[in-house]
Design a binder for this molecule. Sequence first.
Ligand code: VGL
Ligand code: ZN
Length: 216
Amino acid sequence: MDPTLGEEDVLLAIDVQYDFLPGGALAVADGDGVIAPIDALARRFASHRGHLVLTQDWHPPHHASFASSHPGKAAFETIQMPYGPQVLWPDHCVQGSRGAEISRGLDCASAAELVIRKGFHKDVDSYSAFREADRHTHTGLAGYLRERGLKRVFCAGLATDFCVAWTALDARAEGFETVVVIDACRAIDQDGSLAKALADLERAGVVICETGDLLA
Ligand code: VGL
Ligand code: ZN
């Protein structure tokens, strides 16, 4: 991976929202550990004419991914949905709630050129910022990046094994050079999900790097 940043590079800061941070409804262990590296990366991207895009998990109340929408089911169980297996989660990132807000601690957020929301269709989840879990419905992000001439996508944020991994795999599938900045991510890691995600990323040709590789 060429560590020289330029105007064809975009930093995707994924789901840095209160519900995924300590104290949130679906808190990721040490989730706020992503904030300092993402801010440092964003400063570096900005000084090299790179781009910053945020994603925001944005569910309507009673979303199909919520365990509370399925009587008798508990959070972290997996059910079959028409589009495939779905892990059930505690209610999180409900549209307009404080938990759905991007953390105010993320200084770079106000400078983002685009915030892409996902998971807003009630019956379909969307870990990926490119394509919903039905694998057919596109969010428009690939078109946006292509139309702006962006070629290389750097992913960071929450959670490594769900939204970051799915987003990176889809970025690669869309033909973008794709890098995950691994120390700027934190994982949920349930039932081996982190190891599986890392193997999937490697198999797909997604490069794993560290913040330091880009700041050096
Ligand atoms: C996420 C589970 C449910 C994520 C979002 O951001 O990784 N995980 N919704
Ligand atoms: Zn979600």
